[in-house]
Design a protein around this ligand. Structure first.
Ligand SMILES: [Zn+2]
Length: 327
């Protein structure tokens, strides 16, 4: 059974440490080609996160990460970068693993919308608007004042909408989340967030927020960060993650659930979920509680439907072997 994972920080690690090898299993890297293959991951989204310590280097560091993405992941003979809906379908029909480039936090762009257009040209297909704190566009969820969007941030949303870059609300402040639902007409995602009803962390989503994602036909990637799954426990079992799935299903979100592990962005792991290769353990736990159709939808089908509908179409229809209207 195939898997889509909507968020990992492996690219961030690969860019900071040239010695890390994407093609080899090693302790420091949760997500690497052998483990993706072992787990049956068909498409992995790779986030570029600019850590606070190097944020001053700004756009240069983002360009560096894109270069690393192209060199270490894109050029791997069994990997294929996905930029369009057609690319997704081609990967699906092949034995290759798809890779989608995303950005976590607009901080390093300094309010320059030309950078957003360039990132789109360079293949960035989803953008998390903030990390935990305020930036030039909006407030993050840990910013005490809980502000919404700035004037520039609202202009940026228009640019994302016209380019067709997918908006990711994980880490976004509650005020900005609700402002977005009022002004943004397209479906959006939370690539790595869980349900507050089962774990009251600010990074998780309230029932009303989850319902808003369902209403806009968006997607929610449940995440394996142990303290976003169950609070106050050192050893968090996979069964605790299933409580979040049940809850989102009870809110009507069965078709809007997927996974966004946050592997390589975490320093604590759930029990039996140490790296991407352990997705087999999720699959096994899901199979005991849900039908085969549901398990397929949670692991692959829901993200696939969303992405094929919301990624840009190939500009030159002659290059496409697929009739998109029939999918
Ligand atoms: Zn994150």
């Amino acid at each position: 059974m195939r898997i889509v994972d909507a968020h990992c920080d492996a690219l961030t690690k690969l860019a900071l440490n040239e010695r890390l090898d994407f093609d080899r299993e090693q302790e420091e890297l949760d997500v690497c080609f052998p483990r993706l293959r072992q787990a049956g991951v068909k498409v992995q989204l790779f986030a570029m996160y600019v850590s606070e310590s190097i944020r001053n280097s700004g756009f240069d560091h983002i360009l560096h990460m894109i270069d690393v993405f192209n060199r270490k992941i894109g050029r791997h003979p069994q990997m294929q970068i996905i930029r369009t809906s057609e690319d997704w379908l081609k990967v699906e029909a092949s034995s290759k693993i798809g890779a989608i480039l995303t950005l976590e936090g607009l901080d390093a762009l300094g309010g320059n919308l030309a950078y957003i257009r360039l990132l789109h040209e360079l293949g960035v297909r989803a953008i998390g608007l903030t990390w935990n704190y305020a930036n030039w566009a909006a407030d993050g969820v840990m910013e005490p004042r809980n502000g919404g969007f700035t004037r520039k941030g609202r202009g940026m949303l228009k640019e994302l909408e016209s380019l067709g870059i997918i908006v990711d609300v994980s880490h976004l402040s509650v005020a900005a989340f609700w402002e977005l639902t009022n002004v943004y007409p397209k479906p959006f995602i939370a690539s790595h967030s869980n349900a507050q009803a089962h774990c009251a962390h600010p990074r998780n989503l309230s029932d009303d927020q989850i319902k808003a994602i369902i209403t806009c036909k968006g997607m929610m990637g449940l995440t394996f960060v142990p303290y976003f799954v169950e609070s106050g426990k050192e050893h968090v079992p996979i069964s605790a993650l299933l409580n979040h799935i049940d809850h989102v299903c009870a809110l009507g979100g069965e078709k809007h659930i997927g996974f966004g592990s946050d592997f390589d962005g975490i320093e604590q792991w759930m029990v039996n979920l140490r790296h991407t290769g352990d997705y087999a353990n999720i699959r096994e736990a899901l199979s005991k509680s849900y039908t085969e159709t549901q398990v397929e939808a949670f692991l692959y089908g829901n993200w696939r439907r969303f992405m094929v509908a919301n990624l840009p179409r190939c500009k030159n229809p002659d290059q496409s072997n697929f009739d998109m209207d029939t999918i």
